[in-house]
Design a protein around this ligand. Structure first.
Ligand code: NAD
Length: 349
């Protein structure tokens, strides 16, 4: 018999090409009159475009978002929000911009609206992250969950193919681990399977034609579903490995997920036959994802990402240091074998 507890997160989603034009209505509906627009330096022009669309309701633009939310950047953003008398934030960009909005929400309780332009999924989660002295802390807090998310696939058209592919794989990783999460539910499983289906179909079309708006829309639809899975469940070995690789060795977020996912899935697959079936990627989904990454020109080895093989033990120590949910017991031999294969770019087994 089924047995589960499902908590629906309170948020609003506006989806579709051209939906950026709906952002001013979303801001007004929340009663906000002075929002701070956040983006990364590379997307300063997009941030300004959003501020222009908001007119008087935009109090300013801070184009300083960076990967893993360095605490100094968070402090500058928190101070600027206070100085401007901001009553909310609009985060435009990937997980870094959304993460900066979450840092302000954590400090001042301001509502965050998100306009995602990658497939990372942070906009659907109450999870925040902050990095100080090379150590990244994360936590869950309902105040950081964006209250409104505007997905406009047109904003993802400039996302380079290489980043689109790895960011899409990052999203697929949320779905994979959601399918065997200890707190998974039937809705989560449906969202995960549909999210993977949409992304696996969209990514080759984006690689062939980056301006294919239909494919961009399908990928963002998949990213929304996979992000919702991430927000609803507890992640396992794969996310733990990527957190350690990113936090300790500063490896890039989405490419690291792309390299590790087939190996983490191959490790867990024998313990989760239902999840393997639900993925819809054949009898060997780990191999299917590894093949897909290769076909789309994505990295398949941690060595390519700059990791030294000697660091396998450092990462294994971290992954073994604290207990977490995983469908298969995580042993030192298991983790080091997995990391050596991922480091060398060997197929998953
Ligand atoms: P990112 O936000 O750092 O973006 C990477 C680069 O791509 C940036 O330079 C950005 O300006 C650029 N970019 C983004 N969208 C673009 C577009 N449409 N066109 C052109 N350039 C574009 O990368 P990310 O992978 O989206 O996010 C990674 C960060 O998010 C990490 O710090 C990760 O830990 C965090 N994250 C958090 C959660 C969560 O739930 N808290 C979930 C996923 C990721």
């Amino acid at each position: 018999m089924r047995s589960f507890t499902h908590t629906a997160l309170p948020m609003r989603v506006v989806f579709g090409p051209g939906s950026l034009a709906r952002l001013p209505e979303e801001v007004a509906a929340l009663g906000l009159t002075r929002v701070l627009v956040l983006c990364s330096p590379e997307q300063a022009a997009t941030g300004q475009l959003v501020a222009d669309a908001l007119g008087d309701r935009a109090a300013g633009v801070l184009a300083e978002a960076r990967m893993h939310v360095p605490v100094e950047v968070a402090h500058r953003a928190q101070a600027l929000a206070a100085e401007l008398g901001a009553d909310g934030c609009v985060a435009v960009g990937g997980g870094s911009a959304v993460g900066l909005g979450k840092a302000i929400a954590l400090e001042h309780g301001l509502p965050v609206l998100a306009v995602p332009t990658t497939y990372a999924g942070s906009e659907m989660t109450p999870v925040w992250g902050l990095t100080a002295d090379g150590v990244k802390k994360t936590g869950r807090d309902p105040r950081v969950l964006p209250v409104s998310v505007v997905y406009d696939p047109e904003l993802t058209l400039p996302l380079p193919v290489a980043m689109s592919v790895t960011s899409g794989m990052n999203a697929i990783a949320h779905a994979v681990e959601g399918l065997y999460a200890p707190d998974g539910t039937p809705i989560v499983s449906l969202m995960a399977a549909e999210g993977v289906r949409a992304l696996v179909s969209a990514l080759p079309r984006i690689a062939a034609e980056p301006a294919d708006l239909e494919a961009r829309g399908d990928a963002q639809y998949g990213a929304w579903l996979c992000g919702a899975v991430l927000g609803a469940t507890t992640m396992s070995l794969h996310h733990k490995l990527c957190h350690a690789l990113g936090g300790t060795l500063d490896l890039p977020h989405a490419p690291t997920h792309t390299v590790v996912l087939p190996h983490a899935l191959a490790f867990n697959a024998p313990a989760v036959p239902d999840a393997v079936g639900a993925l819809g990627l054949g009898a060997d989904p780990a191999r299917a994802l590894w093949d897909l990454a290769g076909e789309l020109g994505a990295p398949r080895s941690l060595a390519e990402l700059g990791m030294a093989e000697a660091d396998v033990d450092v990462v294994a120590d971290q992954v073994l240091a604290s207990p977490y949910a995983n469908p298969r017991p995580v042993t030192r031999d298991g983790v080091t074998a997995l990391l050596h294969r991922a480091w060398a770019g060997e197929p998953p087994t």
